[in-house]
Design a protein around this ligand. Structure first.
Ligand SMILES: NC(=O)c1ccc[n+]([C@@H]2O[C@H](COP(=O)([O-])OP(=O)(O)OC[C@H]3O[C@@H](n4cnc5c(N)ncnc54)[C@H](OP(=O)(O)O)[C@@H]3O)[C@@H](O)[C@H]2O)c1
Length: 336
């Protein structure tokens, strides 16, 4: 299997690290796996015989100085169109326009390449178009890591509850806000809690996508489209973030409850209601057990009823693991 990687930030580098550490991943499971191109924002490293993950990580750390296989200005689109491969892994930043990921994914699908991505942007902007193209050309588009990183979401429903009917979803799907609310529960104000999150590596300096609920809203759109067959857009989600949640956190403590930023999808007749908002959760509700930067999702099915999955989230290594698992699913043609 020939793999192209676009985006070599936290997740892309963790993926190379995982591959280099674990000889079982993906090499013993996919014996002929090789990474034939790796692009970042400034250029692309190419070797059709396979790039060494450790060598790439070392030269990326040196700003590519002295690495002859790195071609400055050679864009991901050029690489996707010109370098032969079986899978394109898209790991550029999630943006409102979906770009550059949207164009990269479209180009890969048009070239009949399977796609694995952790990038929410393209799926929020054009879930329907991308999945239709993938079906039409007969390749797979896998995006397990887009919602909840390594928390099993799409593959769980696909492999275990395919015959059931999904009625609703509740989830805590943004690690940063969950960490920040946890800091507030310990008595810190909003600003001090954010600073603690930045220091602990949970929040970027530009944290508004997380704090204002946009990151969670993107996940709600993908869930609605992938699991409920909807054609939802970001505007369809009613969003409230956690900037003004301090008083609610205090009130919750007095009433033996916890505040969580909850993503929710419920049916209202033939309509779906999509919301992201801070909610007071009783302590005996499983969502109240989700601490720090962990994430969780609760599905309610017509027959199977409530299924709750939660996972400890520590960072991009786990996201990278979910990406690798998607690559293996493509190789083994499995649902999960
Ligand atoms: N971090 C997580 O655990 C996590 C969890 C779930 C989903 N995700 C999603 O996964 C994706 C990657 O996350 P990340 O944390 O690895 O992001 P990141 O650290 O910001 O890395 C982004 C990478 O994309 C490259 N890039 C930016 N614009 C580009 C362009 N126009 N052409 C080619 N490459 C470009 C950057 O290049 P330079 O290196 O040159 O700057 C960088 O290598 C995002 O969409 C994110 O939302 C991340």
């Amino acid at each position: 299997m020939r793999i192209q990687l676009v985006g070599l930030g936290h997740v892309g580098q963790s993926m190379l690290q995982l591959i280099s550490e674990k000889t079982s991943l993906p090499n013993s499971l996919i014996p002929d796996a090789r990474i034939v191109s790796i692009s970042d924002s400034k250029g692309t490293a190419v070797d059709e015989d396979g790039l060494s993950p450790l060598e790439v990580l070392r030269y990326k750390g040196l700003g590519w100085k002295g690495f002859k296989k790195y071609i400055k200005g050679y864009t991901p689109l050029n690489a996707i169109r010109r370098v032969e491969s079986d899978v394109m892994v898209e790991l550029t930043p999630s943006t409102l326009s979906g770009e550059p990921g949207l164009s990269n994914i479209k180009a890969a699908l048009r070239a009949r390449k399977n796609v694995v991505t952790a990038n929410k942007g393209p799926l929020v902007v054009d879930y329907e178009g991308l999945t239709r193209t993938a079906r039409k050309v007969g390749v797979r588009l896998c995006y397990e890591a887009t919602v909840g990183a390594h928390v099993p979401v799409f593959c769980l429903v696909e492999s275990c509850f395919k015959a059931d009917e999904l009625e609703s979803i509740r989830g805590i799907l943004n690690a940063t806000t969950n960490f920040v609310i946890g800091q507030m529960e310990e008595g810190r104000g909003f600003q001090k809690s954010i600073e603690a999150a930045v220091r602990a590596g949970w929040a970027e300096r530009n944290y508004s996508d997380d704090i204002d609920g946009l990151d969670s809203a993107r996940k709600v759109v993908i869930l609605a489209n992938a699991l409920f067959g909807s054609n939802a857009r970001l505007d369809d989600v009613k969003v409230e973030g956690i900037r003004n949640v301090e008083a609610q956190v205090d009130a919750a403590r007095r009433e033996n409850m916890r505040v969580k930023l909850v993503c929710q999808i419920t049916r209202n007749g033939s309509q779906l209601e999509l919301t992201v908002s801070p909610k007071m959760i009783p302590l005996d509700d499983p969502l109240a057990t989700v601490n720090e930067g962990d994430m969780a999702i609760e599905y309610t099915f017509k027959t199977s009823k409530r299924i709750f999955v939660s996972a400890q989230f520590l960072g991009p290594r786990q996201t990278a693991y979910a990406v690798l698992n998607d690559i293996l699913r493509i190789e083994t043609r499995s649902a999960c």
